[in-house]
Design a protein around this ligand. Structure first.
Ligand code: KG4
Ligand code: ZN
Length: 359
């Protein structure tokens, strides 16, 4: 047994989990703040930090109890250091550092994006081992990477502007559908015709593994505006289904291009947008047709959770990458594979004055 307690507070979910040997999830507790932030149409950083502060220790307590594990049984504490909202990260880091010190256990710093990839190793249906190609699609990130060993990532492509989840959230906001937009559009799309509106598929045929979703988002907004000018009613399910189909086409095509280029025959699709039913359906069909090993974590491990943090924490611990006792610093703009991201948007933040404190 190698038991790691993971903590995750980078955005609007307060989460703690206990994972054995990087794979067996003994508990995974997620306290969502969606109800708080949906009033503002996005995450309000200050409110997020305050909620993390209130929720974190009870969530840790619950995770340990559900796993039937005592602090003395733990081998390490792993915590998200970035990317994410600065204030929210600091709450998790402070708590994890205090617990690791009090329990005299190593503290393992974890990159949130790399942790998303590790959701692909969790549970009985998780991947056995690297190599794999990972498509990380979340509220703040759209990245393609090759995982060459348990702790080495090679970035293959990234979004040049909006992330896939960001596009879902912005389109939903502009259509007056609420926050977070992904699950709402997912549901609406199920009742619509994906071929009703021929929205653009940005960068589909360029051969590059980069993404761009800002033009697609604008195309949807213009379509809605023009419909309003014409005085016609917007068929929301059709617009949702057509928008989602465009995003899915691009994500699936690029992911399979990455598989082709690397020669790695295993693809993991992870992050909040990987919970999308349309995306899961299309991926599953194409993987089957091409005989590709597809790793799709359960929806609860696609969106933010601490089990993926504990999972990667285990492999980092094995690789000797635990902290050296120096205080850990929050890294709001961390990229996949280390370094800084080209652009730093806080995930799902509210528009307007609340954005002032963004990471
Ligand atoms: O990974 P995640 O929980 O947090 C980040 O690291 O950003 O991803 C949140 C994002 C949001 O943009 C949300 O709208 C999107 O994932 N999302 C979805 C679905 N569920 C969550 N997008 C499309 N379809 C879904 N079912
Ligand atoms: Zn995330």
């Amino acid at each position: 047994m190698s038991l790691v307690l993971g903590l995750e507070t980078s955005c609007d979910e307060t989460s703690a989990a206990v994972v054995d040997a990087g794979r067996r999830v003994l508990s995974s507790i997620v306290a969502s703040q969606v109800a708080v932030h949906s009033l503002y149409g996005g995450v309000v950083p200050e409110l997020a930090s305050r909620r993390h502060l209130e929720a974190l220790l009870p969530v840790v307590d619950q995770a340990l109890r559900q796993a039937r594990v005592a602090a003395v049984d733990l081998d390490a504490v792993a915590v998200t250091v970035g990317p994410g909202l600065a204030g929210a990260l600091v709450v998790g880091l402070a708590a994890a550092s205090a617990l690791a010190m009090a329990w005299d256990r190593p503290l393992v710093p974890v990159n949130h994006l790399e942790a998303h990839v590790y959701a692909g190793f969790l549970g009985p249906n998780g991947a056995d081992a690297p190599p794999l190609v990972a498509l990380v699609v979340s509220g703040g990130h759209t990245s393609l990477a090759e995982l060459t060993s348990h702790v080495s990532f090679r970035l293959l492509g990234e979004t040049r502007d909006d992330a896939a989840g960001e596009a879902f959230d912005k389109v939903a906001r502009h259509l007056g559908l609420g926050y977070p937009g992904g699950p709402i559009i997912d549901k609406l799309a199920a009742e619509g015709d994906p071929e009703a509106v021929p929205f653009p598929r940005p960068l589909l045929d360029t051969g590059a593994l980069d993404f761009s979703f800002s033009g697609l988002k604008t195309a949807v907004l213009y379509y809605a505006r023009d419909a309003a000018r014409r005085g016609g009613a917007l068929n929301l399910p059709d617009v949702a289904a057509s928008f989602q189909a465009a995003v899915v086409d691009v994500l699936v095509e690029k992911a399979f291009q990455a598989v082709e280029r690397t020669g790695v025959r295993r693809l993991a699709v992870v992050g909040g947008v990987a919970a999308n039913r349309g995306l899961r359906r299309t991926l599953t069909a194409r993987a089957e047709a091409e005989g590709l090993d597809l790793v799709l974590p359960g929806p609860e491990f696609c969106t933010d959770n601490a089990a993926m943090v504990a999972g990667l924490g285990h492999f980092l611990l094995e690789a000797g990458a635990a902290g050296d006792g120096e205080p850990l610093r929050a890294c709001p703009s961390l990229a996949l594979g280390g370094g800084r991201r080209k652009r730093g948007r806080g995930r799902g933040e509210a528009a307007g004055p609340a954005r002032a404190e963004r990471a």
